[in-house]
Design a protein around this ligand. Sequence first.
Ligand SMILES: [Fe+2]
Ligand SMILES: [Fe+2]
Length: 313
Amino acid sequence: MTEDELEQAFYRRIENEEKIEPKDWMPEGYRQNLIRQISQHAHSEVIGMQPEGNWITRAPSLRRKAILLAKVQDEGGHGLYLYSTAETLGISRAEMIEALQSCKAKYASIFNYPAQTWADVGAIGWLVDGAAIVNQVSLQRTSYGPYSRSMIRICKEESFHQRQGYELMLTLCRGTEEQKAMAQDALNRFYWPALMMFGPHDSESAHSAKSMQWKIKRESNDDLRQKFIDQTVPQIEFLGLEHPDKDIRWNEERGHYDHGEIDWDEFYRVISGNGPCNRQRIQHHIRVHEEGAWVRDAMSAYQQKKRQRAQAA
Ligand SMILES: [Fe+2]
Ligand SMILES: [Fe+2]
C-alpha cells in the first residue's frame, strides 16, 4: 500500500470507531500527539503522589492512614500503566523521565499547589480525582487501544479515590466549627485549580482540534469542565459549605450552571514553571530517582544473568 492508501485506511478506521493498535500504521503526528498526552498523564500520576504522600505519616487515624497509603500507591500504579502504554508508541521510559526532569514535559498544574492541611487531602481526593475521572471516563473511548484499556482500569480505582476524599470532607463538615472551617478553606484553595485541570478554553488550546479529529480526545475541554462544575454544586451544598464561585447560577435555558471566569494568568504562570511548588516537585523527583538507581541496576544485572544462563543451557 502507498502512504496515501495507508492514511486513508487509518481515517476509515477512526471513522468506524475501530481502535488503533501499536503495530498498526498511524500518521506521525498522531503518534507524537499520543506520546505527549500519555506521558504527560503518566507524569501527573507520579508527581501527584507528592502533595498527598506528605500526609501519610501525619494521618489522624490508622484507618485514614491505610486509605491514604492505598490511594497514593494506586497513583504510582497508574503512572506505571501509562508509561508502559506510551512505550508501545516507540518512546523509552528513560526518555520520558528525562523530559520530565528537564521540564520539557508538562504534568497537571494542580500538583504544583501544596497540601497545607489535612482537609487538603480530602479536597484533593474529592475535587482533583473527581476532575480526573470526568476527563478519564471520556478517554475510555479514545481511539488508541492501549490508552483506552488503561483508562478503563484506572477509572475503577479513581472512583474509590474520589469517594474517600468526599467522605473525609463530610466527616470534617460534621465535626467541630474549626474542622468545618478547615474544609471550607481547602475547598476555596482547590476549587479553581481543579477547574484549570481541564486545560485552556477550546479556542486557546493548541492541541485540541487535531486531538478531536483523531478521536484521541472525545469531548472538548470546556464541555468536560462544565460537566464537573454541574456535578460539584450539589456536592458542595450537601457538605453545607459555601461555593467558592460567587457567580455560580443555574441557567434553565442551557440546562447548566453559569459560572465565573478562571484566572488564566495564574494558570499560565503555574504551567510555565512558576507555581508555588514546581521546583520542589521536580527536585524531589530527581533525588528519589537517583536514590533508586541501584534498584534499576540490580534489575538489569539480574536480567543479563538470566539471559546468559539461558544461552549457556
Ligand atoms: Fe490516578
Ligand atoms: Fe486518583
